[in-house]
Design a binder for this molecule. Structure first.
Ligand code: FAD
Length: 470
């Protein structure tokens, strides 16, 4: 019977894992994870990623042992880890699910060629997306740059198959060297991860528990509640999808099986569609991880204000909805989508700081930091990406706060120092009278910052900078 290595990466699951499934149908299976962060260059996993990965790998190791073939952990370089494991196990085949991040794609192609040179058979599968990025094209044969027509074509062309079951695995007969998860040293040495532990349950079971709870309790009102950070209106499956603990195909089928036509379910699948679109863009425009899709923005006069950047990162801008979002991010490794848009607009348009600085901070601190979604989200918010909100539409952080957090519950949760302000003042504490501030125990500039900029002045400066581009 042949032995196959399944090289895992962002597909840390046993169910609906095409590479694992295929290997299991042919013989002995050796699931391998190689820790090689330097191969990801500028996009190495940040602290929150590593925390998640530690727990996700621990869970996967248990599931794979239960399924029959323990996980082999190695430190990179990836090619060396695969070759070493292949030699020990006498494996003849290496399988993996394709990755779409530009650097990883290039690396994987090189590894594929090197493995073939040594006589190993290599085959790759698709497990991370619902569509093949080469398949969906405009009628002229170009990649899409706008979501709505992409989504229409997607729905016309793509039939999402049923997910694959978890395979029964047979390990190779000889014993294979493996590190323990602890040997990868992914956990922080100073324990700052309390907020992450309170919020998340990494791993395949945690992923399914979350989506099942959302389908049972949240999806039917998703379209009404998804923009409200003060309500638990979204699925919060993003970090599970990021690590491939659940596949988009599993989510799609679970949703359509239970709610084939409900409005909330359709709105939800459209967001899964945005994830597909982000990968479509990343695949066809790989330079956009660092450069604007809209080339006009190459010469935009960004500010290099490091002090303002720090205040934004720490949630000390004096704009409550912005600060609440940045503190939620720091504490839990996640931020509500509406608030991501508000803080991104604030950084790029009120503070005129390059979107790449914001994307890098998100990358370091998000548990769901995903190169495709993060790049698309930042370029969209900055107004230089696909289907861009034009640069001149600038979010007003006060009216956004009042509209989407009407009672101020979200702000109160993350900014306790202004929690006693009444709802009508909580999104603009500087509008409060001295008596109202005193009653709430707020001293502006002392217990909570004065606004870092005046939004209407900042808006004018942003528009003037944009005018120069035109
Ligand atoms: P739900 O609303 O329950 O949606 C379900 C899933 O659909 C999400 O998990 C996600 O995979 C996908 N999705 C939802 N909204 C979007 C969107 N606008 N674009 C692409 N996919 C979407 N998402 C990430 O997964 N990783 C990131 O690094 C990331 N960075 C972002 C940066 C900015 C500036 C912005 C504006 C958005 C970013 N997003 C990112 C998209 C979105 O904010 C998150 O996917 C969403 O908040 C995750 O929460 P959820 O799982 O509860 O989403």
């Amino acid at each position: 019977m042949r032995t196959s290595i399944v090289w895992l990466h962002n597909d840390l699951r046993t169910r609906d894992n095409p590479a694992l499934h295929h290997a299991a149908s042919e013989g002995h299976v050796l699931p391998l994870f190689a820790w090689a962060p330097s191969e990801e260059k500028d996009w190495q996993p940040g602290g929150a990623h590593k925390w998640w990965l530690h727990h996700s790998l621990s869970e996967l190791a248990k599931s794979l042992t239960d399924a029959g073939s323990p996980l082999v952990l190695q430190k990179g370089p990836s090619l060396d880890a695969i070759l070493k494991t292949a030699k020990q196990s006498k494996a003849s085949h290496v399988y993996w699910n394709e990755r779409y991040e530009p650097l990883l794609r290039r690396r994987d192609l090189k590894i594929q060629a090197s493995l073939r040179d040594t006589g190993l058979e290599v085959k790759t599968f698709q497990g991370a997306l619902l569509h093949d990025p080469d398949e969906i094209r405009t009628n002229k044969g170009d990649p899409y740059r706008v979501f709505t027509p992409f989504w229409k074509k997607f729905k016309d062309l793509v039939a999402v198959p049923q997910p694959l079951p978890a395979p029964q695995l047979t390990p190779p007969s000889n014993s294979i060297e493996s590190l323990a998860v602890e040997d990868l040293e992914l956990l922080p040495t100073i324990d700052w991860a309390g907020g992450l532990r309170e919020t998340w349950t990494p791993g395949e079971k945690g992923a399914h528990d979350r989506i099942n709870a959302f389908i049972d309790e949240g999806i039917l009102t998703y379209h009404d509640r998804r923009d409200r950070p003060d309500l638990d209106g979204t699925s919060t499956v993003s970090p599970h999808l990021r690590y491939g603990e659940i596949s988009p195909r599993q989510i799609w089928n679970a949703v359509t099986d239970q709610h084939p036509r409900a409005r909330g379910a359709m709105a939800y699948l459209r967001e899964i569609g945005w994830r597909e679109f982000s990968y479509h863009l990343l695949y066809h425009f790989p330079h956009t991880t660092t450069k604007p899709l809209n080339e006009r923005f190459k010469s935009f006069p960004w500010s290099g204000d490091k002090v303002a950047l720090k205040r934004w990162q720490k949630g000390l801008t004096g704009y409550p909805i912005v600060d609440a979002g940045m503190r939620q991010l720091w504490h839990t490794g996640w931020m509500h989508n509406r608030v991501r848009m508000i803080v991104a607009s604030f950084l790029t348009k009120d503070l005129l700081i390059r979107w790449q600085e914001g994307a890098a901070w998100f990358w370091d601190t998000l548990v769901d930091g995903d190169l495709a979604n993060n790049t698309q989200g930042w370029q969209w918010s900055a107004g230089c990406g696909a289907d861009a909100q034009p640069f001149f539409r600038i979010f007003n952080p006060v009216s956004q706060g009042r509209k989407f957090d009407p009672e101020g519950a979200y702000v109160r949760k993350w900014i306790p120092e202004i929690a006693e302000l009444p709802a009508k003042l909580i999104h603009a504490p500087w509008e409060a009278s001295p008596a109202a501030l005193k009653d709430a125990g707020v001293v502006l500039g002392d217990t909570y910052p004065e606004p870092i900029v005046d939004h209407s002045d900042a808006r004018k400066s942003a528009l003037a900078a944009f005018e120069k581009l035109r």
